[in-house]
Ligand binder design. Structure first.
Ligand SMILES: [Zn+2]
Length: 340
């Protein structure tokens, strides 16, 4: 974050000396200097081990996807062969697809599922077989946390409600979005869940959900959508407990929207500030492409035991991950400011 400090200092000098000084170029968040500083800060935070996150710093990595009126683009992603489902902690299982994740957190009173894949068919073809293979009973799914209101995360929710009576958790903001104006729509996704006239559970920032012996704290991390939820919870390895953060929405696929970029910058900074205090040592995503979960699961499989877990990356690397996201959002902002 040292470049952030430099930018703030430059801004202070500017405020005193006036806008006409050459050094004040650094104050302009759209200046090439500022963009280069944020790019360098992202590179430094990424090191050699967080390279996949650097996609966020590229123009291609932040582009708004083109419309998908016949669903073919999303179906191509869905049709990739699913990875082998895996247990990754005593109480956490990957039961998702290759493009989008679903995580099952087991508790003493049933299962909390984090995200519901793209549609009911994918639930039937991928998620439920994955759970059964891992000896998890889908009838035990009590809560489905939908990290944000895009169809690759809510599309299968209706099926889970109909088949198992699961309760759905989403933020107030994204309940509103999915019940009024969808940001993206494609026929590859099932309709968003609706429990008319009432919504199901609307999680608030900082609120703790409880199921049996398990607590999950929901943080509102707006940007990817304005109601993105990032849950924080404990994962266990024998007698050891580790605090895990599941970042609920990573890419800037909303295009040139400064309000959302600013929200994302603030959210990553805020959560980074919680990492040491809460000893967050595990960073998970809802897409395997962001948290390298497929390679980590392969490593777990090779070693034949869950511990030591490659998912336990430590506080410093969790903070570096959030810094890459934060700095790349500032690169994106600077890039948009430079463009006419
Ligand atoms: Zn999304």
């Amino acid at each position: 974050m040292s470049s952030l400090i430099r930018v703030v200092r430059a801004g202070l000098v500017c405020g005193v000396a006036g806008l006409l000084l050459a050094s004040c170029a650094a104050r302009n968040p759209g200046s090439p200097d500022v963009m280069a500083q944020h790019q360098a800060a992202a590179e430094a935070a990424a090191g050699n081990d967080l390279r996949p996150m650097m996609r966020l710093c590229t123009p291609e990595g932040v582009r708004r996807p083109p419309p998908d009126p016949d669903g073919s683009a999303i179906r191509a992603l869905i049709q990739q062969p699913p990875p082998e489902p895996r247990q990754v902690f005593d109480n956490l299982y990957f039961v998702g697809a290759r493009w989008v994740s679903a995580w099952a957190l087991t508790t003493s009173d049933g299962i909390i599922l984090i995200d519901a894949l793209n549609n009911g068919r994918e639930v039937d073809d991928v998620l439920l077989p994955a759970m059964r293979k891992l000896r998890l009973d889908p009838a035990q799914i009590k809560l489905v946390v939908i990290t944000h209101g895009h169809g690759d995360h809510y599309g299968g929710a209706k099926r889970l409600v109909e088949r198992f009576g699961a309760r759905l958790v989403m933020s107030e903001q994204d309940w509103t979005m999915t019940q009024t104006q969808l940001e993206f729509a494609t026929p590859a996704w099932d309709d968003p869940p609706r429990r008319n006239p009432a919504r199901d559970i609307a999680a608030k920032d900082g609120e703790t959900l409880r199921l049996g012996d398990t607590a999950m704290t929901m943080y509102l991390t707006p940007g990817h959508t304005m109601g993105t939820l990032s849950p924080v919870f404990d994962v266990r390895l024998g007698a050891q407990r580790h605090r895990a953060l599941l970042w609920g929405g990573t890419s800037f696929n909303f295009g040139r929207d400064f309000g959302r970029l600013d929200a994302y910058i603030a959210a990553t900074q805020r959560i980074s500030g919680l990492v040491d205090a809460q000893q967050i040592q595990v960073f998970l995503s809802n897409h395997p492409g962001w948290d390298d979960s497929l390679a980590k699961m392969d490593a777990v499989q090779r070693q034949g035991t869950l511990a030591p877990s490659p998912f336990v990356i430590g506080e410093n690397k969790v903070k570096r991950t959030l810094t890459v996201m934060n700095e790349c959002a500032q690169v994106a902002k600077a890039r948009y400011l430079q463009a006419p």
